[in-house]
Design a protein. Structure first.
Length: 268
């Protein structure tokens, strides 16, 4: 495989028209964020040094954007979004810029979670791996083994949110399965991905805890306490005890006086 195959790249179409090279060369940043609970977001920053894009019919609200990104020989599936926000900046010094924000057109909040991790990310201290950095936090749920984490990986076009991911190489406390809530694909001085992860107290992916960590009904019943029966028995025993005849009282022995010197009985 040629080295060019690992060159980060992205392909963008707006309203069915592929952006020309003179436009793509002015793109300073391309970000695609895949979210669990919100619509996916696509952000594109363009330098408009000659003001040739400010009135361009392509860069207008309501237009559809189709993007693929990754590497020359490994591109992501098509991401379809609609332009909703456009910010213009005409600074006192420097070049004017346009920031386009488009939202996922096929937003699906009911995405079903697969049980097994979709991929494994491993961290190395002595060399660069897929997982470049990992920052855990155990404060979010206050339970040992639970919490959230932020991670940065090399650019992975197939990396998406709403799936389980296995993290390795960060010790027993933090290694395990996490649920990915957000992924930002960033093309700016290279290609990298920023992840937001979470897991529950048992180290399972948060998306899987509904099945694997769900509370179960206690099928066992506590033994009945025979309080009333014990009370009846107690009362019956007392009644039986009262009905029994009283034992005869032994008469007290008579007093006898004895002489301490002679041992002779003085009186009875």
């Amino acid at each position: 495989m040629r080295l060019d195959d690992y060159q980060p790249t992205f392909l963008i179409e707006i309203e069915g028209k592929r952006l020309s090279k003179d436009i793509t060369h002015e793109i300073t940043s391309f970000v695609f964020e895949d979210n669990e609970a919100e619509m996916d977001v696509m952000e594109i920053s363009v330098t408009d040094r000659y003001l040739q894009f400010v009135d361009d019919p392509l860069f207008q609200e309501g237009n559809e954007i189709v993007a693929r990104f990754g590497y020359v020989d490994d591109l992501s599936p098509r991401k379809v979004a609609v332009i909703k926000e456009i910010d213009y900046d005409f600074p006192e010094s420097g070049e004017p810029t346009i920031k386009i924000k488009a939202y996922d057109k096929a937003y699906d909040k009911g995405h079903k979670l697969a049980g097994k991790p979709a991929m494994a990310l491993e961290y190395f201290t002595d060399r660069e791996g897929v997982l470049r950095s990992f920052t855990p936090s155990t404060q979010s749920q206050g339970v040992k083994g639970s919490g959230t984490a932020a991670a940065v990986t090399i650019g992975i076009p197939t990396l998406v949110a709403k799936q389980n991911i296995e993290v390795r190489g960060v010790g027993r406390k933090f290694s395990g399965t996490y649920y990915c809530t957000s992924v930002r694909h960033i093309f700016q001085d290279g290609y990298s991905c920023e992840l937001k992860l979470k897991r529950n107290a048992l180290g399972k992916g948060a998306g899987a805890k509904a099945v694997e960590v769900k509370g179960k009904k206690n099928e066992h019943e506590a033994p009945r306490q025979p309080k009333k029966r014990a009370a009846i028995r107690t009362g019956h025993a007392a009644q039986v005890k009262r009905s029994q005849p009283a034992k005869p009282v032994k008469p007290k022995p008579k007093m006898v006086r004895i002489d301490a010197n002679t041992g002779r009985v003085i009186s009875k």
